[in-house]
Design a protein around this ligand. Sequence first.
Ligand SMILES: [Fe+2]
Length: 367
Amino acid sequence: MYRATNRLFILLLLLITAACSDPASAPENVNESLVGAGVETALQEPVAGAMASQEISGPVIVYSSRQEHLIKPLFDRFTEETGIEVQYQTGEDGPLIARLQAEGKQTFADVLYTVDAGNLWSAAEKGLLAPIRSVVLEKNIPSHLRDPQNRWFGLSVRARTIAYSTERVDPASLSTYEALADEQWRGRLCLRTSRKVYNMSLVATMIERLGKEATQEIVEGWVDNLATRVFSSDALLIEAIAAGQCDVGLVNTYYLGQLQSENPDIPVALFWANQQSSGVHVNISGAGVTQYAKNPLAAQRLLEWLSTEEPQTMFSALNLEYPANPAIEPVDLVASWGEFRQDSLNVEIAGRLQAEAVMLMDRADYR
Ligand SMILES: [Fe+2]
């Protein structure tokens, strides 16, 4: 109680200071921290019942690179269930991590929530996330979807696999990511830009499994097979397959889900890659408790709750992703794509080999 009251008081003081001073001269990190949903709601009274009756109280402050419509329903349910208020600030991954670093011990953030293990790895490497021991998270989240040092945990799974034209491709002709470098796909492949972290992560896992030389040969083969320029989004890529510009491509499955929700007859389907070898490449959205969290117990409670049944189902419903907790079924549309075997390499490899992957894609002339 003392701690929550104290935090509200500090936030209020900072707000008054910011309001009274020239914005240009205010410390950038503090000033920016006061903008947006997170801090606007910081001045609301915490839920009195929970504060009085529970040992762990709010608010928990989350820096999130996930958009508001994907996180707010989850946080609202958490608050309903536990009485712990959640405040959040959304932004792009890079700037959020940079802000956390610049704020250091002064940060308001208790939780960093991002997409892509590469981002979480990078935050952990910078010392921004604290290791936590949680029986609940260790039980609910498979070991390949969390940091071996317990500084971050996957909460939803994003599968990146092959999308193909149901009009021009016999799925029996498909097998692996590697085989998309074969000559039969000359002029038929669509790829999103290599600048997107999703492709960096996929290539990082290939480097880990196949080595640099073999991976570069494959990526060069992809580039040789391109039907068109690279795309800026997976959705545009899927639409290009539907429109006949190319026949196959690599996509995160939820993008097809979004398009299927609008048009169930879109002539594009998913093929689960590498089922006889490494498994489908997966990445995560995930979170960690920050190194200088003012409310680490409530932060940990939020993470633990997010790994349980209802929020896990909500992840699947809100963005058509897969629950990270393997005991929970995805929603019907996602389940309709069938089951698949995931790559069991720890997703931290996406971070550890990201720079290597970027250089390799450059050398292969994949832009
Ligand atoms: Fe995405």
